[in-house]
Design a protein around this ligand. Structure first.
Ligand SMILES: [Zn+2]
Length: 168
């Protein structure tokens, strides 16, 4: 039996308990210190990572665990401004991926064109599995120029399945 597709709500969730301004810079950038706790720590890594916000927004930052047992952590991000996130729970994404990998897989309205990759495309790699899409093979291209091999399209994009985050 096939395991059910992984949805965005199946990602580790970070429940934010406080957001504090650490440093305000002359150029208008601000270092924010976001504190909270994860619902689970499997798949969460210290260091470079993302918090995914509604409307395809995201915060990039540095994650540090405070207490592994309590699953509490600190997320440092530099932005000009951030929305009011206190008491909200937001999905976490490892720095191995970028938020567009999530959006392009989960959004049903994301436009993909199936194309035959010819010689001009010969060095293109799939944005999900990173394998080369060879000349003479079919693949999928979105409006931003992201390319997906036919196998990843069938396995992840067509089913809106985020399990590649843990599998690849
Ligand atoms: Zn692929």
């Amino acid at each position: 039996m096939r395991t059910p597709p992984k949805r965005l709500e199946d990602q580790p969730l970070f429940h934010i308990t406080s957001v504090n301004v650490q440093t305000v810079y002359f150029d208008g950038n601000v270092d924010f210190e976001i504190r909270g706790a994860f619902d689970r720590t499997h798949g969460v890594h210290e260091g470079h990572g993302w918090l995914l916000l509604p409307q395809r927004e995201s915060l990039v930052g540095d994650l540090k665990f405070l207490d592994h047992h309590a699953k509490s952590a600190l997320f440092l991000t530099a932005e000009r401004a951030i929305p009011n996130l206190k008491n909200s729970s937001v999905p976490y994404l490892s720095g191995r991926w970028k938020p567009y990998h999530v959006w392009m897989v989960i959004e049903p309205g994301w436009v993909w064109n199936r194309m035959l990759f010819n010689r001009g495309w010969s060095d293109e790699r799939c944005d999900i599995c990173r394998e080369r899409i060879k000349s003479g093979e079919y693949g999928f291209v979105d409006r931003g120029g992201h390319k997906i091999c036919e196998r990843c399209y069938g396995q992840y994009v067509a089913t809106h399945d985020l399990s590649f985050i843990d599998q690849l």
